[in-house]
Design a protein around this ligand. Structure first.
Ligand code: FA5
Ligand code: MG
Length: 445
């Protein structure tokens, strides 16, 4: 069975996870659908596509120490404060992250483990883990996904070695049929750190780019070469993270769209200072394993990673990137839901830890909370579990006289392993309706 070996329970007063009690407070917002999936560890099941990619990345960076943190629970300090997230960063809000209470949360990214890993004295490591974010629902978004963090730091007295290392990497990466677009430059919005000698900072940035391009060649090179002619398009763009500068994101062009694979940058001195390694400098990246798997294995729906259907699991072999053959899906069934928002509601949405710090105040857990799509989606997901395939806004209307706002969402249900009956779907839809009316103060149209 794929069942977790851990135990997670929610009582009215507390969460009890692997024997540890976390008292609930006004922050507590983890539904049972998420608790049930803690410690499923897809990234550690040898022939699961998420794990196959983890192993290939570990094999590529073979001199880096692989790390696996023991629990998805981290302190708010580890996930945000230590990394320099400002107090009003939107990623901290209750609509975007899962909190046990005001002190502990489910990590939203593997960067939460940077400080403790540097503290171990490791200069080169890779860390893979499940991460949790409240999010919309569609074929590429799921509230749990997997990241891999990688980093390389050097004693400042060794930075003079970098030009030689960079030359070797440049030689290695010159033979692949991949077109890399990089028009990024250093500017006041994406600067070197002031205490770094710009010559050293430039060499670290080069080593970062060469190392990741070489990983991308390793992952995509075979496919790009096979296609004959058409090079795979990869681009580097400037980004912002509170814990790196300069910062970048890497995207690949896939099925007509640019798909973001990873965020990265030169590690902020503050992170290294807190880790007790002030005399070191280097780079770090955070890679989304689902995104990469969907592209490399041609997996069309992110929920497939969680299925126990052997038609899925039997297709993958350790060490191999193969094309997934979609098996026939059972038919979908959709139902629309129209409702009026509570008065004076505003929309908000944000993802991405790189998002600018502007705007999102921590939402207070009171009844007159503004409508947020993530809250809506979470109730839908809590009721329908993996039977919900997508939730799409199909109409957004403001009454010209009363100024009241209404929305219509299309809820698309589908069972992965059998047909769903109309009665079954109606029943789910009714439960969703009751819960959103009761919990979100909205009114059905
Ligand atoms: C981060 O999480 C940073 N911690 C990355 C980082 C690490 C930057 C080290 C600098 C240094 P971001 O939120 O952009 O950044 O997520 C990183 C990657 O995770 C994305 O590029 C994407 O591949 C993946 N990802 C993000 N959100 C989702 C999602 N909802 N579903 C699937 N994959 C996602
Ligand atoms: Mg991003």
């Amino acid at each position: 069975s794929t069942r977790a070996s851990s135990s997670a329970q929610s009582t009215p007063d507390s969460y009890i996870i692997n024997g540890v009690t976390y008292p609930k407070d006004t922050y507590s917002n983890i539904p049972s659908s998420i608790l049930d999936k803690l410690d499923r560890n897809l990234h550690l099941k040898p022939s699961h596509p998420i794990s196959i990619l983890r192993q290939i990345v570990e094999d590529h960076f073979s001199s880096y120490t692989p790390l696996v943190p023991s629990s998805a629970i981290v302190s708010v300090d580890q996930n945000f404060d230590e990394l320099g997230f400002p107090p009003d960063h939107p990623g901290r809000s209750l609509t975007d992250s899962y909190y046990l209470n005001n002190e502990y949360m489910l990590r939203t990214h593997t960067s939460a483990h940077e400080v403790e890993s540097y503290r171990k004295g490791l200069d080169k490591w890779l860390l893979s883990a499940d991460v949790y974010r409240r999010d919309e629902i569609d074929s590429s978004h799921y509230p749990i996904f997997h990241q891999m963090e990688g980093t390389h730091i050097w004693s400042n007295s060794d930075l003079h070695l970098l030009p030689k290392l960079n030359e070797e990497l440049e030689k290695k990466i010159s033979n692949y049929n991949i077109a890399i677009e990089d028009e990024t430059f250093i500017s006041s919005s994406n600067p070197f750190q002031s205490h770094h000698d710009p010559i050293h900072a430039e060499q670290i940035t080069k080593h970062l780019k060469h190392s990741l391009n070489s990983l991308i060649f390793r992952l995509f090179g075979h496919q790009a070469n096979q296609k004959g002619g058409e090079p795979l398009k990869v681009r580097w763009i400037e980004a912002y993270f509170p814990f790196t500068t300069p910062s970048y994101e890497v995207e690949v062009f896939w099925q007509g769209e640019w798909l973001e694979l990873l965020g990265c940058g030169v590690v902020m001195q503050k992170t290294l200072d807190q880790s007790g390694v002030s005399d070191k400098s280097g780079w770090a990246f955070g890679l989304g394993l689902e995104r990469l798997s969907m592209v490399l294995f041609s997996i069309p729906d992110i929920r497939l990673f969680w299925t126990s259907d052997p038609r899925f699991s039997s297709q993958f072999k350790q060490g191999q990137i193969t094309t997934f053959n979609s098996y026939s899906k059972y038919p979908p069934c959709y139902k629309d839901m129209s409702f009026w928002l509570p008065p004076a509601s505003t929309n908000s949405s944000s993802d991405q830890h790189g998002a600018s710090a502007a705007g999102g105040k921590i939402s207070s857990p009171t009844h007159m909370k503004p409508f947020h799509e993530n809250d809506y989606c979470e109730i839908v997901r809590d009721v329908a579990g993996d039977l919900i395939e997508s939730v799409t806004l199909i109409d957004d209307f403001t009454h010209p006289k009363t100024n009241r706002q209404s929305k219509c969402y299309r809820l698309n249900y589908r069972h992965m392993d059998r047909n769903l009956s109309n009665d079954e779907v109606n029943e789910l839809q009714n439960i969703v309706q009751k819960r959103v009316v009761g919990e979100m103060g909205i009114e059905m149209r």
